[in-house]
Design a protein around this ligand. Structure first.
Ligand code: NAD
Length: 256
């Protein structure tokens, strides 16, 4: 489905981003990976598909590194056709206890980074008259939970950014959309499962069940593979008139 396309996926050394990068490579796209931690293993794995896959270690809280990453993608592949803004972090605390440094980091990584990648990638996409930008928001881009003020603010912000950019791009061949996962069992969520198991004094399985029961009527985690298939769909011609949407895949979380 994605043969001949190039994709930059931020935060793709782990979790949802890695799932999206895997599927994109399997669908024939050339992929630039990004993120912290081990990148050699994902790089080697994705290269087995035969796709050209490279890595850039830009820190998504650093605008100048982000600009360098987009330039490197265009230089390496000749274009950046698909941009997935996925990198993200979480911190859980009451507003009055929220460390200022965590607030700033969440806004920078979960929201401002998407502005910086988009401003760098859009001129090339518009000039080639084809582009797909997918912002990984969250159910928390649509509704809130207590103790997640920075995350909820950033995710609501990215839904707004998505709409504004989609309108600017409406006649350009470039679409901009957000996807809104509910609970996905990645390292980011496992930390919250661990915290729940500790506070409630229950097993890992029971903590997962309680988290799901609170928010996600399907009682099933959304998977990175399901989200990746949604991203592939948004890259097809069938989706070329889908613009500025915040597309939930959340087991019914935001239908309540
Ligand atoms: P994860 O922790 O598994 O992966 C996060 C990725 O972002 C990693 O590759 C990490 O290295 C990278 N990253 C973090 N800080 C970075 C920085 N400063 N610069 C570059 N890379 C950085 O988490 P995940 O659950 O896969 O989350 C991915 C995205 O999905 C996030 O935006 C998150 O908010 C969103 N999301 C997750 C869930 C969920 O339930 N897991 C639900 C809704 C939305």
């Amino acid at each position: 489905m994605l043969k001949g396309k190039t994709a930059l996926v931020t935060g793709s050394t782990s979790g949802i981003g890695l799932g999206i990068a895997r599927t994109f490579a399997a669908q024939g796209a050339q992929v630039m990976l990004n993120g912290f931690g081990d990148f050699e293993a994902p790089l080697a794995e994705l290269r087995q598909t035969g796709a050209k896959v490279v890595y850039h270690g830009a820190d998504m809280s650093r605008p100048e590194q982000i600009a360098d990453m987009v330039r490197a993608c265009e230089a390496e592949f000749g274009s950046c056709d698909i941009l997935v803004n996925n990198a993200g972090i979480q911190h859980v605390a009451l507003v009055e206890n929220f460390p200022v440094e965590r607030w700033d980091a969440i806004i920078a990584i979960n929201l401002s980074s998407a502005f910086h990648t988009m401003r760098a990638a859009l001129p090339g996409m518009k000039a080639r008259r084809w582009g797909r930008i997918i912002n990984v928001a969250s159910a928390h881009g649509l509704v809130a939970s207590a103790q997640k003020s920075a995350y909820v603010a950033a995710k609501h912000g990215i839904v707004g950014l998505t709409k504004a950019a989609a309108l600017e791009c409406a006649t350009s061949g470039v679409t901009v959309n957000a996807i809104c996962p509910g609970w996905v069992l990645t390292p980011l969520v496992q930390k919250q499962v661990d915290a729940r198991a500790a506070t409630d004094g229950v097993t890992d399985d029971e903590a997962k069940r309680r988290l799901l029961q609170e928010k996600q009527p399907s009682l099933q985690f959304t998977t990175p593979e399901q989200l990746a298939d949604l991203c592939v769909f948004l890259c097809t011609d069938a989706a070329k008139n889908v613009m500025g949407q915040a597309w939930a895949m959340d087991g019914g979380w935001t239908a309540q």
